[in-house]
Design a protein around this ligand. Structure first.
Ligand SMILES: [Zn+2]
Length: 661
């Protein structure tokens, strides 16, 4: 099955269509492009919620170039740039738009971002959808501003307006104020029952809206598509994915465009979070889905994101299972593709590699590695910090992916039957039974996870009797010192725990019988001031490794920490069910398998080049026998593998990768 390229573009009503048409026809031929997804009233051309007259202008103005592309065999879809509106950015409602705007937890009202419950706006938006649907677009997209988070200038987002408060009171049988609702929903300790009711209310009313839009759009033969943001953000608005798919697509395969990469060039370290985000999206999607990962590069041009990195982003989208790629490399002001012909050439250069990757990585493949469990319910279950901020419902879930991936260990955001890593407050999302099952196998836990397990009465399963957090303000720790060769590069190897976010607070326990301290904490004068890594085998026969620091913070990796984590993995997973690589900093492995095949991918996320590395696929998958290197131009180069050692004729540079089978 070949890959499919969907370009996202915009040309405004102020432009000459006779100039646009030949440009587009040339572009789709060069790249080549299967589908163009046009924006209306996006970014620089957005003036708030356009009037129906203005919307009609957009439709009519775009008709000639849409028709020209259709005649050239290109499919056309539409992405109205907003539903609720992403952010005010000094925009205001227009005369006659007497709509309730979005209100944040503090009661601040937006000036243009609307409340999704406002009947007037709902009628207006439904009318725009009716107009679009008659145009025969394959898909009409709901942009991810339908989410409730991230609507600046509001704090966190909304909506906590009187309409929403009234709807909550109706459902809960209460007479609460916004202030009381926010205070209870964000209260520390066991979640207040109102949190579930509030999030159910948000989720259900949003889904009702989506389902209504689907009816409008499908009545004319189009489909509705949905873009989404980070899984953590959606969990804090209570999103229940399986119900969203039903609202969006009924019994048809949903059409989804997940975000997974920064809009600008990122450091190599961000690759891990991108892999994890795509994996999380694949987990919440049904098997039958149209998955089009979004390759967004705003603001546009090579100064913002290099072709090298866009190529890597496209390849990762394909590796994680994509029906097509939604690619934005052209601005939304209406500049001409011929202004920078290199962009079309870039797409053309990558197309054969994407076709090949689509064949090599069918959507049936699933990631294999250390399990990093998470839950769509984590925002409902998290015990907050008591700050009263809605942001305290945003539960980090990808921390261990970054730490393990940067040390060369493969991971999956699905639970593993063999080895799992639990980091931070996501532990609140799981039942006692689930946690005990994981603890009966092999588990890597960070300080926050350990404290929660202790609070939930599972201290004896992790070798902990009691515990508390220390900071540098009450115990002047600065160094972690290795004591045991079996869990270190060498005895005396040291890692800094000084002034870095991952070590802001360290969990210190009174350890149970059998718990083994294999590194300790030292003061600047090298006095022992606490324990570091603790190893324990529990009564269920499970193996536990406990680090006192937080996995949900920027990775601080060095040879000593990497060696410690490698040996921890050896202890927790002696038969190597997860898979790993060795040989370079930021050498990041992925392993994927289905019933018929397995594939490995090894990324160089470091600016330093690499010519040789070792690969150890998860046991049971097979030995590596073929290696293909893909460079930043999308060129494929055969390479050698001897036992576990991969040797490249040309070094692999940053954002390039090697496919192993
Ligand atoms: Zn509202």
């Amino acid at each position: 099955m070949p890959s499919s390229f969907t370009l996202r573009m915009q040309f405004g009503p102020h432009q000459d269509v006779d100039e646009i048409i030949p440009e587009l026809l040339k572009l789709v031929q060069i790249a080549p492009i299967d589908e163009v997804l046009f924006f209306y009233y996006g970014e620089e051309l957005n003036d708030g919620h356009d009037t129906i007259e203005r919307v009609k202008e957009w439709i009519e103005h775009s008709r000639p170039y849409r028709k020209a592309l259709e005649e050239a065999g290109v499919t056309i879809s539409l992405n109205p740039w907003h539903s609720l509106l992403h952010c005010d950015r000094y925009r205001k409602l227009k005369p006659g738009q007497n709509w309730q705007t979005m209100v944040d937890p503090n009661g601040r009202a937006a000036e243009a971002v609307v409340c999704p419950l406002d009947e007037g706006w709902r009628e207006y938006y439904a009318e725009t959808l009716r107009l679009y649907a008659r145009e025969g677009f394959r898909v009409i997209w709901v942009d991810d501003d339908i989410r409730l988070a991230n609507h600046t200038p509001l704090e966190w987002g909304g909506c906590f307006c009187p309409l929403h408060v009234a709807e909550f009171n109706r459902r809960a049988g209460t007479d609460a104020t916004r202030e009381e609702i926010v205070a209870n929903c964000t209260a520390s300790g066991t979640p207040h029952p109102w949190r579930e009711i509030w999030l159910d209310m948000w989720d259900a009313t949003q889904r009702e809206l989506i389902a209504r839009w689907r009816e409008i759009v499908e009545a004319e033969g189009s489909r509705l598509g949905l873009m989404s943001s980070s899984p953590e953000a959606h969990a804090a608005e209570g999103r229940r994915w399986e119900k969203w798919w039903e609202a969006l697509a009924g019994d048809k395969p949903p059409i989804h465009r997940p975000n997974y990469w920064g809009y600008s060039d990122t450091l190599g370290s961000a690759l891990l979070s991108s892999i994890a985000a795509l994996d999380q999206n694949r987990i919440v999607q049904p098997d039958e889905v149209e998955n089009g990962p979004e390759v967004e590069c705003f603001p546009y041009g090579r100064w913002n994101k290099s072709f090298r990195q866009i190529g890597a982003q496209m390849a990762l989208g394909q590796i994680m299972g994509a029906s097509d790629l939604k690619i934005s490399v052209y601005d939304q002001i209406g500049n001409l593709p011929s202004d920078e012909p290199q962009r079309a050439e870039f797409l053309r250069g990558w197309r054969p590699a994407c076709d090949w990757l689509a064949d090599e990585f069918p959507m049936s493949l699933q990631p294999v590695g250390v399990g990093i469990p998470w839950s769509q319910d984590m925002g409902r279950q998290i015990h907050t910090d008591g700050s009263g901020k809605w942001q305290s419902l945003v539960c980090p879930s990808r921390g261990w992916a970054s730490w393990l991936g940067s040390a060369g260990h493969a991971f999956s955001m699905r639970p593993s039957p063999v080895i799992n890593a639990l980091g931070g407050p996501v532990v609140w999302s799981f039942s006692d039974g689930q946690l005990r099952e994981w603890l009966s196998r092999a588990v890597l836990i960070d300080g926050v996870a350990a404290s929660i397990l202790l609070e939930r009465g599972m201290g004896e399963l992790i070798g902990v009797r009691s515990g508390h957090f220390i900071t540098q303000s009450n115990v002047l720790y600065s160094i972690e010192n290795c004591l045991d060769e079996a869990f270190a590069l060498r005895v005396g190897a040291q890692m800094s725990v000084n002034d870095k976010r991952y070590a802001d607070g360290l969990f210190q326990a009174e350890l149970g019988k059998g718990a083994r301290v294999v590194s300790d904490l030292r003061s600047p004068t090298f006095e022992v001031v606490g324990h570091g890594l603790v190893i324990f085998e529990n009564e269920l026969g499970g193996r536990v490794a406990l680090v006192p620091w937080s996995a949900n913070a920027d990775v601080q990796m060095n040879p000593q920490r990497a060696a410690q984590l490698n040996k921890v993995m050896e202890y927790l997973d002696p038969e190597n069910h997860h898979g790993y690589v060795e040989g370079g900093a930021w050498l990041v492995p992925q392993f994927l398998a289905d019933d018929e095949r397995w594939r490995g991918v090894v990324w160089n996320a470091s600016p330093d080049e690499l010519e040789e590395f070792s690969i150890y696929p998860p046991s049971g998958l097979g030995e590596p026998s073929s290696v293909v290197q893909v460079n930043a131009r999308g060129e494929r180069i055969e390479a050698q593998v001897d036992s576990n050692c991969v040797m490249l004729s040309r070094p692999v540079q940053q954002w390039e990768f090697v496919v192993v089978a």
